[in-house]
Write a protein that binds this ligand. Structure first.
Ligand code: ZN
Length: 149
């Protein structure tokens, strides 16, 4: 199986799913997340209403931890700061996923590369830039620095 091709397929699944976050997630960005093991989606999530679960948290919620040999596909860089909900980067680290694939970085000044750095510092393999243009064209109108989380 070609990993690059597989990454695109699952990222597009996450993008498709993220569209379901609208309009309830506003003013937070509509993000999608799928968790994949042995080339199968085992769980998925998208941004819930403000103060409720982010995409990553929803995808993780129903699963028995730790996750072994699981790859997470997220359309936006996982948040690294504790707002109204726990930081998703930390939740992914705690879940023990082995790999995280991210389409675009979060321009929110509280994040902006910090989420990615946290994952890498925890020894997780991170791949950035899968399906960037497709995700960007859907997501960028919702990316503002004043997200409330
Ligand atoms: Zn988050």
């Amino acid at each position: 199986m070609n990993t690059g091709k597989q990454d695109q397929t699952f990222m597009l699944e996450a993008l498709q799913l993220s569209k379901q976050a609208l309009p309830n997630c506003r003013p937070n960005p509509p993000v999608g997340c799928v968790l994949v093991k042995d080339q199968q989606i085992i769980s998925a999530g998208f941004t819930q209403k403000p103060g409720a679960m982010h995409a990553e948290a929803q995808a993780l919620a129903e699963l028995q931890l730790p996750l072994i040999d699981v790859c997470a596909y997220v359309t936006l860089e996982p948040c690294s700061f504790v707002g109204r909900t726990p930081a998703c980067a930390q939740s992914l680290i705690d879940s023990k996923v082995s790999r995280v694939v991210i389409a675009i970085l979060d321009p929110d000044p509280r994040n902006n590369g910090r989420g990615l750095a946290m994952l890498e510092a925890a020894g997780i393999e991170v791949k950035l830039g899968v399906c960037t243009s497709q995700v960007q064209s859907f997501l960028s109108p919702y990316l503002i620095s004043a997200t409330v989380y």
